[in-house]
Ligand binder design. Structure first.
Ligand code: FMN
Length: 197
């Protein structure tokens, strides 16, 4: 299953970035795409969703961390202060060899109706030009512009349809969010395939 979905994603990436098989020499097998799931999570909900995606598509996974952690019980005040001051948090660590990835799932919690500040900082620091980007998010009440903020920050990437779910649903096994994730990824493939036929 993992391999099937990964191959599907590879085809998505080829179609989306317009390479197509005609650019590949006949005798050469197409290179398997490198997939990365990168995300920020303060309270663990987006981690749950990121792990579901990673379990479905394989590849590598990277947690964005801030140099100074937000207080988990009073993150709103700390984040609001940064917004008021117009600053983004300093990040700790870097994705190794980001340039080598073809497909990047980027996950964020909704913060104040938008993409969280650590993910904004990641997108400012890392140039995703030419990559296929797939956003995902968790939220408390509604997704608002959490996905749209990622799309806006990636003007030179091919951005595919994102997925969002409430943090409560991500934690609730009865909601079977993992099945929704698998359907979403299969739908991405089918939609693109139908678009080019
Ligand atoms: C600073 C901050 C701002 C938030 N703002 C919103 C919001 O505007 N709308 C919303 O639905 N949820 C908001 N939330 C709730 C989170 O989006 C939600 O709980 C999410 O699932 C948390 O993800 P995490 O556990 O990965 O950190 C906010 C949470 C924090 C910490």
């Amino acid at each position: 299953m993992k391999r099937n979905l990964l191959n599907s994603l590879f085809i998505i990436a080829l179609l989306a970035i317009g390479l197509g098989a005609c650019n590949t020499k006949k005798e050469e097998a197409p290179k398997e795409p490198k997939v990365l799931t990168v995300y920020y999570s303060l309270w663990g909900n987006t981690t749950l969703l990121a792990n579901m995606i990673h379990n479905t598509v394989g590849g590598d996974i990277f947690l964005i961390e801030t140099a100074t952690p937000y207080p988990t019980d009073n993150a709103h005040a700390a984040a609001q202060k940064q917004i008021d001051e117009g600053v983004l948090p300093e990040l700790k660590g870097k994705v190794e060899d980001l340039a080598s990835y073809d497909i990047i799932f980027i996950g964020t919690p909704n913060w104040f109706g938008s993409t969280s500040l650590p993910v904004k900082a990641f997108l400012k620091e890392n140039d995703l030009t030419g990559k296929t980007v797939i956003p995902f998010a968790t939220f408390g009440g509604s997704v608002d512009n959490a996905l749209a903020g990622i799309v806006e920050a990636c003007p030179n990437s091919t951005v595919l349809e994102g997925f969002s779910v409430s943090g409560d649903d991500a934690k609730n096994p009865e909601k079977n969010v993992e099945a929704q994730v698998k359907t979403w990824i299969e739908t991405l493939y089918l939609t693109l395939k139908n678009n080019v036929q």
